[in-house]
Design a protein around this ligand. Sequence first.
Ligand code: ZN
Length: 270
Amino acid sequence: MTPRVLMYHGVDHVARERDPHGMFVTPANFRAQMEHLVAAGFVPVTEQAYLAARDGARLPRKAVLITFDDGYQGVGEHAAPILESLGIPSVLYVPVDLLGGRATWLGDRLRYPLLSAGEVQGLRAQGMAIGAHGSDHADLTRAGDTDLRRQTVEARAALTELVGEEVATFAFPYGLHDRRVRAAVEAAGYRAAFSVHDPAGRFGIQRVDVNATDTLRTLRVKLHGLYPAARRTSRHVPRTRRLVHDLLGSAYDAPGAVAGPAVPVEVVRS
Ligand SMILES: [Zn+2]
């Protein structure tokens, strides 16, 4: 069994009305989530260990890979010190041509700053692995062949130059991929690529999204080994959909509530 993979975006204080998709987890929640992982016996692993596991190496049953998409400033400012203090490795996916600029895809009310090239180098030196997130955060399924090459081959070369070592993995902007995009990423020399939903082998690895609405209770549900399968099933089986919704939805209604029962197994069996 390959380790589960968590996907974060930003870690910062961003008002909910400016962040309608809940992309930013507060630093306090992020710390509580990381401390929970460790206390609950999860074993955060490095990108290299994760890749070795995909090649057949054995990892602890509760191994988990922590990833961040987009390269937001707050990840350097807030998340990196927390991860460092707990000894937790992670991978940061950045759109290399946009470093030092601002995100344009979060809506009109949030032009959130991205890490600079120098800050990305600093995070690498602190132990964070750096992966590619295209060149400029475009939907690659709509890119022409020349642009797709730029977003995969040239992005890898530029990022490799920046961090001074081979860039091993890729995360699809918006999680969007198709057969042509996956083939381009593989041909560019990456060893694996991450999506969000729609698992498609080594170049379309599913991740569990952790966002601003999550509490420790919903995080526990999402960390359950069968959660991704349950979520997939829930699209097709109404009863399961209702149960998954109830399980996660009740936590949304009580954001202060952090305690809760373990995941009822019948949810994923129906
Ligand atoms: Zn992104």
